[in-house]
Design a protein around this ligand. Structure first.
Ligand SMILES: CC(C)(COP(=O)(O)OP(=O)(O)OC[C@H]1O[C@@H](n2cnc3c(N)ncnc32)[C@H](O)[C@@H]1OP(=O)(O)O)[C@@H](O)C(=O)NCCC(=O)NCCS
Length: 171
């Protein structure tokens, strides 16, 4: 198992994962639309590097580092670590976002990517990190709660067209 910077070796596997995962994912900003593959296949790795360096960021965005979880030569999931917090990220999003491709869910990879991404975020930021998720996202809350929660709070929020109870964890 590897937790690595995205690289070309796993691009085909990533593209296949997007075909099964993109449409049903609520928060799409850390993944890619497979229907637009031709538009991002040649720029994806430079885009990730630029995002980390703060180059060409969309308005209101701050630098972020992206990692892929890979197992047995297959892309499994993405972790995106925001290297700071804006008011919008404090509201929802936090420092760490992670996703496991649909066909690999329910096999324990969520726990692994949550632990690795939260550890990496603490290392990169040098301080406790914020992770947010909807309370009804049971797989996410279970995983995050195994990662050394310092404190948590609940708040009703509206995000991506959904209004619901969110849990905000400091870890
Ligand atoms: C959240 C996510 C990463 C979990 O990935 P996963 O690989 O399925 O997670 P795991 O296999 O480690 O399962 C975690 C736990 O949740 C449980 N679980 C999984 N799906 C569940 C569901 N629909 N309802 C209740 N529990 C569920 C598992 O049984 C496991 O519990 P256990 O530790 O007691 O055995 C995955 O569902 C995903 O990518 N979701 C979309 C993006 C997202 O919500 N990211 C979280 C942002 S904070």
């Amino acid at each position: 198992m590897e937790f690595i910077k995205p690289c070309k070796q796993y691009l085909d596997s990533y593209y296949k994962a997007m075909q099964e995962t993109y449409a049903e994912t609520l928060h799409k900003y850390i993944i890619h639309n497979p229907e637009e593959y031709e538009n991002w296949k040649d720029t994806i790795f430079t885009d990730y590097e630029n995002s980390e360096k703060g180059i060409n960021l969309p308005k209101g965005f701050i630098p972020s580092a992206t990692f892929w979880l890979v197992d047995n030569g297959e892309y499994i999931g993405t972790a995106n670590i925001r290297l700071g917090l804006t008011d919008a990220l404090k509201y929802f999003g936090g420092n760490v976002g992670f996703i496991v491709k649909k066909s690999a869910r329910g096999m324990g990879y969520g726990e692994i990517i949550a632990k690795l991404s939260i550890e990496k975020a603490r290392e990169l930021l040098g301080c406790p990190v914020l992770v947010t998720c909807f309370k009804d996202n049971l797989a996410a809350t279970k995983n995050v709660e195994k990662c050394g929660v310092i404190s948590k709070a609940e708040e009703i929020i509206t995000e991506a067209g959904k209004t619901g109870m969110a849990v905000k964890y400091w870890l």
